[in-house]
Design a protein around this ligand. Structure first.
Ligand code: HPA
Length: 268
């Protein structure tokens, strides 16, 4: 057992969550809804990232949410912080090691579709890795050849769609394209992304999806749209806008997750 798994197990004090959520921009407030919560700063866990992005605190909050045990990761490492696409690998390995088998990822994204404006929520059905990198670079075993034909788990996607339906929240579906960041895209890159089949663009999530599939976790991911992508309006993009607009879609996505996690069918 690695140190991180041992320490995490000890700090969870008997809690045995099977579901983990990675909270991106706009979802961070969900940690305050966890009951019987234990809070574990990333700094206490070997290998966990020390994220420096404003608006992302680094801690695990585990406890009861929507009638089940969950583990939330508030704060993630982004590739653009250090150029390490595998920065989340130790954290995800620790989650797999304590018995997490479902991973729900969230992010803020720019939309390529006029009708999917700021405040919208998009279920990611597939991705395009346009970063030029991969979190499994350097992995020496044949396990590195991870199949991604069904990276986004059909059962979890169906559960999210059901939850959106019962809560009456419009849920878009689409392809997320990973750009390295941290600069935003150019209008020409957005035109290219559209031709390539992207519906949204962002700077996270894809490395975690690849790592999670490598580790055998079932994965689903949703974007909260904070802006129309570069060149679609007269305005320049900014991180301030991302932070200001993320709570709008974040609230909707939180409602969907509450309903999804309350659904006992998820255990099947
Ligand atoms: N591009 C990349 N990442 C983003 C965007 C965007 O337009 N909005 C929020 N995150």
């Amino acid at each position: 057992m690695t140190d991180a798994i041992a320490q995490l197990t000890e700090r969870l004090e008997g809690r045995m969550p099977k579901v983990a959520l990675v909270l991106g921009s706009g979802l961070g407030g969900l940690v305050d809804e966890v009951e019987n919560a234990v809070r574990i700063p990333y700094g206490d866990l070997p290998g966990f990232p020390q994220s420096g992005v404003t608006g992302h605190a680094g801690q695990i909050v585990a406890g009861d949410f929507a009638g089940r045990q969950v583990l939330m990761l508030a704060g993630r490492a982004h590739y653009y912080e250090h150029g390490n696409a595998a920065a989340m690998r130790p954290a995800l390995e620790a989650l797999a090691g304590i018995g997490i088998d479902k991973l729900l990822l969230t992010n803020a994204a720019g939309s390529l579709r006029e009708e999917m404006g700021p405040g919208s929520v998009m279920l990611i059905t597939d991705h395009i890795n346009f970063s030029g990198t991969n979190p499994l670079f350097g992995e020496p075993t044949d396990r590195r050849f991870v199949g991604l034909t069904e990276a986004y788990d059909a059962g979890l996607r169906a559960a999210i769609e059901r939850a959106a339906e019962v809560t009456g929240i419009e849920l878009h579906k689409g392809v997320y394209m990973w750009f390295s960041g941290p600069s935003f895209e150019t209008p020409a890159e957005i035109r290219m992304a559209r031709i390539m089949g992207a519906d949204a663009v962002g700077m996270s999530t894809v490395p975690e999806v690849i790592l999670a599939r490598f580790l055998g976790l079932r994965v689903a991911a949703c974007s909260v749209v904070t802006n129309l992508a570069a060149g679609m309006t007269g305005n320049e993009l900014s991180h301030e806008e991302t932070k200001d607009m993320a709570p709008l879609g974040g609230k909707r996505l939180a409602t969907i997750f509450r309903a999804m996690l309350a659904d006992e069918a998820l255990d099947g």
